[in-house]
Design a binder for this molecule. Structure first.
Ligand code: SF4
Ligand code: SF4
Ligand code: FES
Length: 292
């Protein structure tokens, strides 16, 4: 059969540019950009926890807030669209104070020991969670280990909603997890809080891929951390192509002592945006079965 050429995606007309000012510097960004896009364009590092390029913004963490001239309240840079003539401050005393408070609230209620970004932000803004007391209520719960592939440690969960979005319409469309409860009782849960093997989870692991705190973690990583053998300084990352099917997803193999210890996928690959299926994410054990 003679095939015709593969049709190309029609070119999009360029978006008109709008002018905004961030921290005194004028910058032009395409219409529809967020304030965060403008900050990135100027190289201003903005803390984010619930934001990810591949997910719909939910404005849950508020750590990215900035001051906009004429706005009574601080606005989330990750979701607020830039408007012509906007004047934005990203490092004013009000912004720094608010970010510090948000980080203190998080660090005073959640175990951030495996959340390097959040800990870096805490240091940057001088957050002192100890002033809210030494006990962290959410930490008083056991790790959920109910399957061989990944564990859920909600003592480390900051309720950023990323896993829920990845499991839902932003990637997997499986809806195995959601936010249950309200207020202090709010938590990520399977339907009726059943163990994962009894839920609709398909073990794609896309929730692990987006979790910013290590609350969702490969069982292999969890076990190595428990036994004190997890050592990122001795790990190597190698990109390769998944051997399981013709889609050809890019895998990043994390190896330590010549063994694969976990698998991720790069965010900047337009086909997968960091997402994988169960085979690519977890089906690596056969590589190191050297006894057969
Ligand atoms: S592994 Fe996949 S299907 Fe299961 S909860 Fe996570 S995102 Fe949902
Ligand atoms: S488990 Fe991770 S991704 Fe999900 S809400 Fe908690 S911190 Fe966010
Ligand atoms: S990163 Fe903007 S609200 Fe969380």
């Amino acid at each position: 059969m003679i095939r015709g050429p593969i049709p190309l995606t029609p070119a999009q007309p360029p978006k008109p540019l709008i002018g905004i000012t961030i921290d005194g510097t004028a910058v032009r960004v395409p219409a529809g950009s967020t304030i965060l896009d403008g900050c990135n364009r100027l190289g201003i590092e903005t803390p984010t926890l619930c934001f990810l390029e591949s997910l719909t913004p939910v404005n849950a963490c508020r750590v990215c807030v900035v001051e906009v001239e004429g706005s009574r309240v601080l606005v989330p840079a990750c979701a607020r669209r830039a408007e012509e003539g906007m004047v934005i401050l990203t490092d004013s005393p009000r912004v720094r104070h608010s970010r510090k408070m948000v980080l203190e609230f998080l660090a005073s209620s959640v175990d951030l020991s495996t959340a390097p970004d959040a800990r870096r932000y805490c240091e940057r803004y001088g957050a002192d969670p100890e002033r809210y007391g030494a006990t962290r209520e959410t930490v008083a719960q056991p790790v959920k280990i109910d399957n061989a592939l990944y564990v859920r440690d909600y003592a480390k969960c900051i309720l950023c909603y990323k896993c829920v979005e990845a499991c839902g319409t932003d990637a997997q469309n499986t809806f195995a997890i959601a936010v249950a409860g309200r207020g202090f009782d709010a938590r990520i849960s399977t339907e009726n809080d059943v163990p994962l093997p009894e839920s609709s989870c398909v073990y794609c692991g896309n929730c692990i891929g987006v979790c910013p705190t290590g609350a969702l973690m490969f069982k292999s990583e969890h076990d190595m951390r428990e036994s004190g053998t997890w050592d990122e300084s001795r790990q190597k990352k190698t990109d390769t192509i998944c051997p399981y099917c013709g889609v050809g997803c890019t895998l990043t193999l994390h190896t330590q002592d010549n063994r694969i210890v976990k698998v991720t996928s790069p965010m900047d690959v337009s086909i997968t945006h960091g997402n994988l299926c169960i085979k690519g994410r977890f089906g690596f054990e056969f590589v190191q079965n050297r006894e057969g």
